[in-house]
Write a protein that binds this ligand. Structure first.
Ligand code: NAD
Length: 495
C-alpha cells in the first residue's frame, strides 16, 4: 500500500496558491483569500485568492485577446497535438492529480485513481474531434451561379462554472472541447474545491497552452460566478451545479443573450424488476448512490423495487451499505469518504430527520459517524429508508448525500408514471433480465441517460446531460462540439 499521507503533506502545506490569468499566477485584485480545507478533518491545505468582478473582467479580457489573437491562428492539427500532449502530462501526473482531489474534496483515492480511463479518454477524444470540424457545401434555390456553403467557427470566450464533486472530470469536460474548437475559457471552480483545477492549469501551461486560452478565477459563486455569468464579453456559459444556481445563471445570461448549457441536479429512479438478477443488481443499485458519499448528480436515490422481491432486495442493499468502509479518502480501503462541508452535512442531517418524521423507516444508517478518527470532518452512515411514499421530501428532493429511498411497485405502467413524476430528468437505471421490459422502460423513462443492468457509465464518446429541470445541452460525444461552435453561411455570386 502506498503511503498517501507522506505524499499529501508534500503536496499541500497550508501556503497560498495563486490563480491563473493570462498565463500568470496572481492574487485577487482585492488581495482577499479563502481557505481550502480537507473535508475529512478540517486541516488547512492552502489558501487561494477570493477573486471577484475585477478579476473576472481581467480574465475575460485576456481570453478575448487570446481568442482574437495568436490562438485563432492555430490549426486544428496543432490544437489536436496540444490536447495529446496534455493527455500525456496528465498520465504522468495522474497520482498527484488524484491525491489533490481526494485531499480537497474527500473522494476516496481508489475512486479518483480509477477515473483515469474516462479523463485521459476525454482528452484524447476531444483531440480527435479537433480535426473533424467542418462545414458543408449546400445547393440552394437561386437561379444562376450562386454558391452557398457553411463554416463552423468557435463561439468565443466560454465561461465555465463547476461544482466541487468531480473537479478533474468536471473541468476537463469544459476545457477540452474549448481547446478542440478554438474557443478560450474563463473557469470558476467551486469555492469548496479549487486546488486540483489550479494544478490542471499548471499542467496545461507546461504542455504548451498559450497565455489567455485558459484562465482560472477562484472565488465565491455569488461574486466571481455571478460576474462571469453576466459578463458581456462571454459568448457562452457552460455550467454544472444545482438547479437553483442554473436558473440564476440562465437569467443572468439574458443581458447579452449569451448561450447557456446547464448540467443540473437530479432525483434519478432505479427500477428493479421482479426478473432482475438480484446478485448483480444489489451492489450496483447501492453504489449508484453511495459512491462519492452520494455527492453525485446522477445518484439513483429513488429505488423502486417490484413488490414480490422488495423486502429481500432492500434488506440486501442495506446489508451491503452497512459493510461499506467509511473513512478518510487517503486510506486505500475507504469506500465512503467525508461530505464536502458543514453546510452540506446540515442539509443531509435535515433529510435524515425528515424521513422518520414523514413516516419512513430507517432500514440502515440514518446518522452521522462520530468518534475517534472522524473529528473535524462530516461523515454519514450510508442510509436506506423503507416505507417511503412518493410525496415524502426524501422521495422528491435532491439530497446529495448517501441516502436511498426505497419503494415497492406493482406494474410497469405504474412505475413509469411514478419514476417520471419529478421535475428532474437526469438519469435512470433499470434492472431486468427480460429484453422487452428493459426496452420498454428505457424508452419510456424521461431522462438524459438510462442504464440497463448497470449504472453510472459515462464515456467521452457518449452524450451526457439532462432533460426537464436537470438542464439542457450535452457533454460528451460529437454533439458536445456543437455547444462550442457557431455556423456561418457564406454566399458567393460568381456572375
Ligand atoms: P452550486 O450550484 O451551489 O454551485 C456550483 C457552482 O456554481 C460553484 O462554482 C458555485 O460557486 C457557483 N455559483 C453559485 N452561485 C452562483 C451564481 N449566483 N452565479 C454563478 N455561479 C454561482 O452547486 P454545488 O452545491 O456546488 O453542487 C451540487 C449540485 O450540482 C447538485 O445539485 C448536483 O446535482 C449538481 N451537479 C450536477 C451535475 C451534472 O452533470 N448534471 C454534476 C455534478 C453536480
Amino acid at each position: 500500500m502506498k503511503d498517501w499521507k507522506a505524499s499529501a503533506s508534500a503536496l499541500y502545506d497550508g501556503e497560498f496558491r495563486p490563480m491563473f490569468i493570462n498565463g500568470s499566477w496572481c492574487e485577487a485584485r482585492s488581495g482577499e483569500v479563502m481557505d481550502a480545507r480537507n473535508p475529512a478533518d478540517g486541516t488547512l491545505l492552502a489558501t487561494v485568492p477570493k477573486g471577484g468582478k475585477a478579476d473576472i473582467d481581467a480574465a475575460v479580457s485576456a481570453a478575448r485577446t487570446a481568442f482574437e489573437g495568436p490562438w485563432s491562428k492555430w490549426t486544428p492539427f496543432e490544437r489536436q497535438a496540444l490536447l495529446l500532449r496534455i493527455a500525456e502530462r496528465f498520465e504522468a501526473e495522474w497520482e498527484s492529480l488524484c491525491l489533490s482531489d481526494t485531499l480537497d474534496m474527500g473522494m476516496p483515492i481508489q475512486r479518483t485513481l480509477a477515473n483515469s480511463r474516462r479523463v485521459l479518454g476525454m482528452l484524447r477524444f476531444y483531440a480527435g474531434q479537433a480535426v473533424t470540424i467542418h462545414g458543408q457545401t449546400i445547393p440552394n434555390s437561386f437561379p444562376g451561379e450562386i454558391y452557398s456553403s457553411t463554416v463552423r467557427e468557435p463561439i468565443g470566450v466560454v465561461g465555465a462554472i463547476i461544482p466541487w464533486n468531480a473537479p478533474i472530470a468536471g473541468s476537463i469536460w469544459k476545457i477540452a472541447p474549448a481547446i478542440a474548437t478554438g474557443c478560450t475559457v474563463v473557469l470558476k471552480p467551486s469555492e469548496e474545491a479549487s486546488l486540483t483545477v489550479l494544478m490542471i492549469a499548471r499542467i496545461m501551461q507546461e504542455a504548451g497552452l498559450p497565455d489567455g486560452v485558459l484562465n482560472i478565477v477562484t472565488g465565491l459563486g455569488a461574486d466571481a460566478g455571478a460576474a462571469l455569468a453576466e459578463h458581456p464579453g462571454v459568448a457562452k456559459i457552460v455550467f454544472t451545479g444545482s438547479t437553483a444556481t442554473g436558473q440564476a445563471i440562465a437569467r443572468a445570461a439574458t443581458g447579452n443573450l449569451k448561450r447557456v448549457s446547464l448540467e443540473l441536479g437530479g432525483k434519478s429512479p432505479v427500477i428493479v424488476c421482479r426478473d432482475a438478477d438480484i446478485e448483480k443488481a444489489v451492489p450496483v443499485a447501492a453504489m449508484s448512490v453511495f459512491a462519492n458519499s452520494g455527492q453525485i448528480c446522477i445518484a439513483g436515490s429513488r429505488l423502486f423495487v417490484a413488490r414480490e422481491i422488495h423486502d429481500e432486495f432492500v434488506r440486501r442493499v442495506a446489508e451491503f451499505a452497512a459493510n461499506l468502509r467509511i473513512g478518510h479518502g487517503i486510506q486505500d480501503d475507504t469506500d465512503i469518504g467525508p461530505i464536502i462541508s458543514a453546510r452540506q452535512a446540515e442539509r443531509i442531517a435535515g433529510y435524515l430527520s425528515a424521513g422518520p418524521t414523514e413516516g419512513a423507516e430507517i432500514v440502515t444508517g440514518g446518522a452521522r459517524v462520530e468518534g475517534a478518527g472522524f473529528e473535524g470532518g462530516h461523515f454519514f452512515h450510508p442510509t436506506v429508508f423503507g416505507g417511503v411514499t412518493d410525496d415524502m421530501s426524501i422521495a422528491r428532493e435532491e439530497i446529495f448525500g448517501p441516502v436511498i429511498s426505497a419503494m415497492p411497485f406493482d406494474d410497469i405502467d405504474e412505475v413509469v408514471a411514478r419514476a417520471n413524476a419529478t421535475p428532474y430528468g437526469l438519469a435512470a437505471g433499470v434492472f431486468s433480465t427480460h429484453l422487452g421490459t428493459a426496452h420498454k422502460l428505457a424508452h419510456r423513462l424521461k431522462a438524459g441517460s438510462v442504464w440497463v443492468n448497470m449504472y453510472h457509465a459515462i464515456d467521452p464518446a457518449v452524450p451526457f446531460g439532462g432533460v426537464k429541470m436537470s438542464g439542457y445541452g450535452r457533454e460528451g460525444g460529437t454533439e458536445h462540439m456543437e455547444e462550442y461552435l457557431d455556423t456561418k453561411a457564406i454566399w458567393i455570386n460568381t456572375d
